[in-house]
Design a protein around this ligand. Sequence first.
Ligand code: F6R
Length: 242
Amino acid sequence: SEVFVVSGPAEAGEYVAEILARAITTNPETVLGLATGSTPLPIYAALAEKVRTEGIDVSRVSGFALDEYVGIDPAHDQSYHHVIDAEVTQTLGLNPERVHVPSGNPETLESAGTAYEDAIRAAGGVDWQILGIGANGHIGFNEPGSPLDSLTRRVPLTEQTREDNARFFETIDEVPRHAITQGVGTILRAGHLFLLAFGAHKADAVARAINGPISPEIPASAIQSHPHVTVLLDAAAAAGLA
Ligand code: F6R
C-alpha cells in the first residue's frame, strides 16, 4: 500500500476527488464505495466541485454505503440513508436509484445482508472504496473481533463507538446498539481502497492497521492483504508510524 502524509483533510479530499473524477470520466458507470462519518466529507465536497466546474456526467455512477444503524428511522437526520442522501447523492447530483444503503429495518435484517451483497455483485462490484477508521481499528462497523472474511451482516456496536458517535445524537441512549455493515471480506473485494484518517485520536489505530499483524482485533489491518490501497493521513494520525 502507499501511505501519504498530507497537510490535512482538504488536501486528502482533493487528492482522492481528482482520482475519482478521472475514473468517472473514463468509466461513467464507476461504482463508488461510500463511508459516512466526518472523514470522507472533504472528498465529497471536492468531487462535487469538480463535477460542477468540469461538467462531469455522473448520471450512471453507482454508490454503495458501508453501513447503517439497525432500527433507526431512515428519515432520522443521523440515519446513514439520510446522511448519504444529503452528503453524497444530493451534493454530487447522483441518481438516487443508483445509490444504495443497507437496510436497518429490524424485520428484514436476516435477508438484508445477502440482498446487499447481491446488489453489489449485480452492479459489477465496488471500484473505489472510501474508508475511515475507528479509534478502535474498525472499518465500516466491523468492530474488533470481526472475521476478516465476513460479509454484510448485523453487528453489535461497542460502547466506544456508541460514545464516539453520541456527538451526533441528543443523548447517548439514542445511539443505536446494532448496525448492519459490509463485512471486512466485502470491503476487500473492492478494486481499490482509500483509507483516510485525521487527528491524534486515530494514531494508534492507524499504526496497528498499517504496521501491526493482520488480525480480526484490528479489522482495518485487513487492508494489508489488499493489492491496491492508498492511505492518506495528517501528521497527527501518522504520529505512530515508524
Ligand atoms: C462509517 C464508517 C466508520 C467510520 C469511522 C470513522 O460509514 O464506516 O468506520 O469511517 O467510525 O468515523 P469518523 O470519520 O467520523 O471519524
